[in-house]
Every structure is written in structure tokens, then in C-alpha cells.
Ligand binder design. Structure first.
Ligand code: IMP
Ligand code: MG
Length: 175
């Protein structure tokens, strides 16, 4: 069985979309400092590319989160493997994610971080699979809505591989 990657979103399309998202974010934050939180590892390229397009004050922080418990249970709890370095109280937190699938991870992360009283809390994701949503989580900025396909590249992995692709593709298995 061989694996191949079928392009879904090109490098140029990603760049163009990030330009538009950065414009919108700059307009919305109007020069206020943005406390960007990258959810590792998937959100890494998106955060750096987006931040470079924002002309204004931006801080970086990182989290590592994993879900555990029954895979079918939408209320399965998340485990914080690496917490934020900084204090977000009174900050304008912008979560930068790779993809929202069931919404479970982000929904729990959101409740967890809101207890620390940020001034504002928004979520930005490069990809969204709305058809897979089981938990309603408010998402403020979406790069692309995609169908229910397993995608890789631009930070996203299949068994830790393909994160370094500069485009987003669907994994296909041919035999
Ligand atoms: P959920 O929204 O809690 O279901 O989990 C989303 C997480 O699952 C993402 O942050 C990814 O790490 C992973 N994930 C979901 N869909 C894909 C995909 O198509 N490719 C790679 N990772 C995915
Ligand atoms: Mg992720």
C-alpha cells in the first residue's frame, strides 16, 4: 500500500488567506496588544506566518494539550502537558490552532483559560471541519472550511509526519 498526498490548499492560497485574516485581526484589535497562544505542534507555522503579517504589538506563548479518555466520549478531558509561561489576566488572548474537528479540545481549553480572567478571548484556526463538530465552540477567525477528510501539511501530521509540507493535502492510500 502506498501513500500519496493530494493537494487541497496550495501555498499561495494559504498566504493569500493569511493576509486577509491579518487585515481583519488588525482592524478588530485596533493596535491593542495581542497575546497569541499557539497550541503545539500543529499551530506553529500558522502562528508565525500570521504574526509576521500583523503590524502591531504581539506576544507569543505556547501550550501542549492532549485529549485522553474514551475516544467516542465528547466530554473526555484534556491533559495540559505544557501550560502557558505567562499570566494572561487582563490580556487579549488569541488562540492559534491548526484545525477544529470535534471542537472538544478547544472547548475545554477555552473553559480552562477563561478562569484566568483574560480581558478578551478569541480563537483563530487555519482549518475548520464543521461537519465533524460535536461541541459548540465559538470560533472567531477561520482560514478555510474543509470537508471531512484527513489532512496533513502546514503543521498538521499523520503519525508525526508531513508537518513540514508548505501546502495542505489529503492523505490517499493506493494499493
Ligand atoms: P478536536 O477538535 O478536539 O476533535 O481535535 C482537534 C485536533 O485533532 C487537532 O488539533 C489536530 O491535532 C487533530 N486533527 C483533527 N483532524 C485532523 C486532520 O485532518 N489531520 C491532522 N490532525 C487532525
Ligand atoms: Mg491542534
Amino acid at each position: 500500500m502506498t501513500e500519496r498526498i493530494e493537494t487541497l490548499i496550495t501555498k499561495e492560497e494559504i498566504e493569500k488567506r493569511i493576509d486577509a485574516l491579518a487585515e481583519q485581526i488588525m482592524k478588530d484589535y485596533a493596535g491593542e496588544e495581542i497575546y497569541m497562544v499557539c497550541v503545539l505542534k500543529g499551530g506553529i507555522f500558522f502562528m508565525v506566518d500570521l504574526a509576521r503579517k500583523i503590524n502591531g504589538p504581539v506576544l507569543f506563548d505556547f501550550m501542549v494539550v492532549s485529549s485522553y479518555g474514551s475516544g467516542t466520549e465528547s466530554s473526555g478531558h484534556i491533559m495540559i502537558k505544557k501550560d502557558l509561561d505567562g499570566n494572561i489576566e487582563g490580556k487579549n488572548v488569541l488562540i492559534v490552532e491548526d484545525i477544529i474537528d470535534s471542537g472538544n479540545t478547544l472547548n475545554q481549553l477555552r473553559s480552562f483559560l477563561l478562569t484566568r480572567n483574560p480581558a478578551s478571548f478569541k480563537i483563530c484556526t487555519i482549518l475548520d471541519k464543521p461537519s465533524r463538530r460535536t461541541v459548540d465552540v465559538p470560533v472567531d477567525y477561520v482560514g478555510f472550511e474543509i470537508p471531512d477528510e484527513f489532512v496533513v501539511g502546514y503543521g498538521l501530521d499523520y503519525d508525526q509526519r508531513y508537518r513540514n509540507l508548505d501546502y495542505i493535502g489529503v492523505v490517499r492510500f493506493d494499493d
